[in-house]
Design a binder for this molecule. Sequence first.
Ligand SMILES: C[S@@+](CC[C@H](N)C(=O)[O-])C[C@H]1O[C@@H](n2cnc3c(N)ncnc32)[C@H](O)[C@@H]1O
Ligand code: SF4
Length: 447
Amino acid sequence: MRRRISQRRAVKPQPIGPVQTYQVEGLTHEAKGVARLQGKVTFIEGALPGETVDAQVTKSGRRFDEATMTRLLEPSPYRVDPPCPHFTRCGGCSFQHLADEKQLSAKRDWLQGQLRNLMGTHTLETLSDTSTAYRRRARLSVNMVKGEVVLGFRGKASNDIISIDHCVVLTKPLQTVFLALKTALAGDPLAPNVGHIELLEDTKGVSVLVRLTSVISDELEKQWQDWAHEAKIALYWQAPKLSRAELASQEMRYYEVNNGEDKLRLQYHPQDFIQVNAAMNQKMLDQAMAWLAPQFDDVVLDLFCGVGNFSLPLARSAKSVIGVEVQDSMVASAQSNAEMNGVDNATFIAADLTQPAALETTASTLLTAGVTKILLDPPRAGALEFLDSIIKIAPAQILYVSCNASTLARDAEYLVAKGYRVMRVGLMDMFPQTSHVETMMLLHKKT
Ligand SMILES: C[S@@+](CC[C@H](N)C(=O)[O-])C[C@H]1O[C@@H](n2cnc3c(N)ncnc32)[C@H](O)[C@@H]1O
Ligand code: SF4
């Protein structure tokens, strides 16, 4: 474990030029200030638009330089004290020095730029919620340095693990567990056997998944189970080389979502994908239902459906829903989630939507199903490989939920070229304090 970390260690940027004064004009997507000096663009870590700063170049390229701020001469009125004491070193957040409303407007400007060929005269709609204490899932890195355990996140300018005492974007219960875990791991024989740790909070409570790098004794395992029991934490172990099937046999978790007056319970395994921000997930589901407006005669296809986060609410209003997901275990969870919630009009198919073979079998099944609306929520790579199948299925409406604006722009431009029209576009601020944005786009088939 230690070896792997040192191999991946990035070189910390070192100053290579004199300190110079810059007027900062803009902000990049990664929250670096943009300035020009003698015509050359410089990206300055830590600087904000409207500020005058001293900075030192750390990397010089043909087209632009990168620099680090050494002194803030004139601050922006929108500069705020970062709520997290680790902000300057931890790579988890990039925007904490900028007021919440300005973070959002910077994200809006950036997203509108990414989608410039698609926005037309549409106004970008915005969904947001609390800017701290929102993260219900986090992956912590663990390292041993000179016999001391280091628990935290990767650094900003390097792959080093930064020791964290308090992470303000975690939900309050996870902040408490983080501290308890850190205290319990210090000097404990478990620490050198841990690769990383996942914290998870859901309707069932708090859980901790420990990924082991080597086998531990039954006695040590028992001590930690006792600790978890005492702290009311569900503890999951992932032993080295544990198969997915063995993992899947472990106890399931669940979270709940509201669907109007109705409550839906979704079971999942701690290793399965779930949306990280519970409050924003609820707002996103409500918006998806409002925009796609499933009716009693709609057959809705939910692509990349996970454990049925969108499928189940959709099925409550539609004639039927077909979910497609690559992970067999998540397909099984989605199916049992439907049954547990009394949803009898949803079926789920396991298929890899990037593979031509799967595409042919899946798409031909879907071609005859009379699909009227499609919701898709792909991973960052987008859904390029399945777009032709979508065109063949020819739904009247497509709701695209995306965590990567550039693949969304690529895919949506393709759909527009094939006869769809953009109807609504929305930014969903799922990850405040970071540069990530989620986007929702509604497209209608041109008649
Ligand atoms: C962004 S998540 C969305 C999940 C679900 N819609 C939700 O809201 O919880 C993307 C999902 O796509 C699945 N996935 C990833 N690659 C896939 C592929 N090639 N084919 C089908 N599903 C895939 C993942 O397992 C994951 O469940
Ligand atoms: S991820 Fe947590 S610890 Fe890191 S900067 Fe953000 S709030 Fe602080």
